[in-house]
Design a protein around this ligand. Sequence first.
Ligand SMILES: Cc1cc2nc3c(=O)[nH]c(=O)nc-3n(C[C@H](O)[C@H](O)[C@H](O)COP(=O)(O)OP(=O)(O)OC[C@H]3O[C@@H](n4cnc5c(N)ncnc54)[C@H](O)[C@@H]3O)c2cc1C
Length: 353
Amino acid sequence: MILIKTNINNMANLDKFREETKEWLDKNCPPSMRSGADPKIPVDEVWGGRNAEYKNPESKLWLDRMGEKGWTMPTVPKEYGGGGLSKDEVKVLNEELFRIGAKQPLLSFGIWMLAPVLLEYGSEEQKKEHIPKIIKGEIRWCQGYSEPGSGSDLASLATKAEDIGEKFLVNGQKVWTSYADKADWILNLIGELNAGWTIAKKLLQHERAFISNFGLAAGMGSKRDIVSIAKKHLGEENGKINNGFYRSEISSHKIKEHAFGLTLKRAGDEGGKASATASMFKLYGTEHNKKRHELMVAASGINGVAWDGDEFDDNDKNLTRAWLRTKGNSIEGGTSEVQLNVISKRVLGLPSQ
Ligand SMILES: Cc1cc2nc3c(=O)[nH]c(=O)nc-3n(C[C@H](O)[C@H](O)[C@H](O)COP(=O)(O)OP(=O)(O)OC[C@H]3O[C@@H](n4cnc5c(N)ncnc54)[C@H](O)[C@@H]3O)c2cc1C
């Protein structure tokens, strides 16, 4: 009886939260940040930071409003600037954002990698200093792991931070630091001095978990529709792609995508914490994303090798570039071979020699 009453109360609270969220979004999500926006208004890819420039002022407004609410990291406690929402409330929030086709207010390595690790291992001072700025997009972070001689074998890193009293003197060389030219800060000491290895591995699990979503998001935020591209270039008959081979390849690809999406969702519902299983999702998601782009380029025929031109519309513009970019998905965050090693050792528990 008590259980039923608790569930009813919970559902009533969620209904109330949905109404309040709808109302807030109606008032605060600017028109150009929703589906159906005027296509002439420029679209920003918002990464925040001190050097950010906005072509559309509503992108900044949307970021400021969502950041102020803490809804760029809705589950983070309010004391660190987050939304302080429960998992059920976040589900409602996401459904309502999806309903109006709201644009993601902020893309951020801080959100995907650093803040989750700070929450788990950071000092109180670090949490209070850095997490609110990540949530509001005030500071942009980049990740300085790789070095000329250390990529897969991260344990061989040679860069040293020497404690010289008030500060650290850092000596060494970094490569492959994505967006280093635009970032304000590079990932630094978290937790205790000389105890970073566990934390560094944890951060990689968060990185792999977010990269695996590329398999669904079709690469770095773009949402190309593979079926429309195939219909455009191969023709269409009775609503079907006019080519048996691609019809079958794309159907099978879509079925796998759906199954992968459900598996990701189930993993999220069961806790969603980053662990070695993130390597499974990273491996599958990135290989799937590469296959998706290969299919789109192949189905485009001769246009699949064109760099630019009038024959492209919003759906297949820059497709060749996007296809080439996906090649990096199975390298960044640890190569597919390295993920297979992690899966065999840490997920399947196979012996290493
Ligand atoms: C687009 C892109 C963005 C990136 N962004 C960042 C960033 O922001 N910050 C950052 O720190 N790094 C970044 N990286 C670097 C990335 O993490 C490394 O490239 C990656 O970990 C591989 O390391 P490596 O390039 O040194 O290759 P290597 O480690 O030299 O690997 C070469 C080949 O050997 C294979 N190999 C290596 N070791 C093993 C093993 N034990 N078992 C089986 N096969 C193995 C690899 O799979 C690969 O095929 C980025 C890379 C790319 C491509």
